[in-house]
Design a binder for this molecule. Structure first.
Ligand code: HEC
Length: 366
């Protein structure tokens, strides 16, 4: 056997197609009638046959039973009124996809929408102005944004956001204009004030809202664009609005429709339709929730090393500014090598055929 295996091994190394490989001489089937494969070598007695039928019967019964229960459940669910909640459709976000990153122009426009519309009610306490630098704004623009008037803040003094800071050298707190390291302020000093201003509904902080809601971007986009008249039979409480996508299930939401076509003028001239505004603000919120998104995606496909002078190369070998080909340069040759290596290792097992030889009894003397 060792000789056979050695022969096989040597052949496997030189041949490309190994699947059709056959055992050499000594194991060739010379008398097919005298040989039986393991599968067919069962002596079917009456009792084993009946137990097999019983097994088939039980299996069929179990499958039919489970199928019937499943069908009953599906039919039962289909006629149940499960509230008015609509599930958002899946939208083709430009940053979804294996090698896609955020659309940074959209982040910039989205910040504009947030600043001019949403910031009146929602804060983003985990995002600071300095994070905009290099993402959607230059440093000067971000500094300007930090000190700009964007909300009806109680600490607004002479048109500039004032941040309570301190204590100073004399131990007193003081007000100063917003700076790069400040977080996006909340429009309300506390939860009670927020509820009081919004018909007792609490506008949530939007820093990580995209990750905090089932459906993420699709849900928030649908929510922002899905306002409609309450259907007949639905009675809304005072100050409530109807939105079938809202997770409450009844469709009743404390936030009024916030986005309307042409409500703001984009600086880059993009037409500000309602869906454009919603798409941009959701892209902005998505970036805010995961500012590491682009880097994370890049890291997963980038196997490059960065030289001290900033040049990028495959482990310092090849200069290649495009990311995808760099991955392919490494992965394709590795895949080919690994395939051949695997086939080589398994060749002795894959090309082995096990047969059982029936003992041929000498004919009885009569
Ligand atoms: C006039 C105030 C106001 C404005 C402006 C506003 N919202 Fe809201 N928002 C609310 C309130 C109040 C709630 C809480 C609703 C509730 O719980 O019934 C809310 C809830 C939300 C929710 C959470 C929904 C959920 O599933 O719990 C999101 C997301 C949201 N707003 C996004 C936005 C965005 C984006 C904008 C800007 C385009 C915006 N809002 C503008 C008041 C506002």
């Amino acid at each position: 056997m060792a000789v056979i295996l050695n022969t096989l091994h040597a052949r496997a190394a030189t041949r490309i197609s190994l699947r059709t490989f056959r055992l050499p001489g000594p194991c060739k089937v010379t008398r097919p009638n005298a040989l039986r494969s393991l599968n067919t070598n069962t002596t079917a007695t009456g009792s084993s046959q009946s137990s097999r039928w019983r097994q088939i019967l039980y299996t069929t019964g179990a499958v039919a039973g489970v199928g019937a229960i499943g069908l009953y459940y599906a039919l039962d669910q289909s006629v149940k009124a499960s509230g008015l909640e609509l599930h958002p459709p899946a939208y083709p976000w430009s940053h979804n996809g294996f090698i896609k990153g955020f659309d940074h122009q959209s982040i910039r426009r989205g910040y504009e929408v947030y600043k001019q519309v949403c910031a009146a009610c929602h804060g983003m306490k985990y995002v600071s102005y300095r994070e905009l630098v290099g993402v959607s704004h230059t440093e000067a623009e971000a500094k300007q944004a930090a000190s700009e008037v964007c909300i009806a803040d109680p600490m607004l003094v002479e048109g500039v956001i004032q941040v309570l800071d301190g204590p100073d050298d004399t131990g007193k707190m003081f007000l100063r204009p917003g700076k790069l390291f400040d977080r996006f302020p909340s429009p309300y000093p506390n939860e009670e004030a927020a509820r009081a201003a919004n018909n007792s509904a609490l506008p949530p902080d939007l820093s990580v809202i995209v990750l905090a809601r089932h459906g993420g971007e699709d849900y928030i986009f649908s929510l922002l664009t899905g306002y409609m008249e309450a259907p007949a039979g639905v009675v809304l409480a005072d100050g409530m609005h109807f939105n079938p996508y809202f997770v409450s299930g009844s469709g009743s939401i404390g936030m009024a429709q916030a986005l309307f076509s042409d409500m703001i003028a984009y600086e880059d001239g993009t037409t500000a339709t309602q869906s454009q505004l919603a798409k941009d603000v959701v892209t902005f919120l998505s970036w805010a929730a995961q500012p590491e998104y682009d880097k994370r995606k890049k890291a997963s496909i980038d196997v490059s090393s960065v030289a001290p002078d900033g040049r990028v190369g495959v482990k310092g070998l090849i200069d290649c500014p495009v990311y995808c080909p760099k991955v392919l340069l490494i992965m394709i040759p590795m895949l080919v090598l690994l395939t051949f290596w695997k086939r080589h290792l398994w060749s002795t097992i894959k090309s082995r055929k096990i047969l059982f030889r029936e003992t041929i009894k000498p004919p009885k003397k009569s």
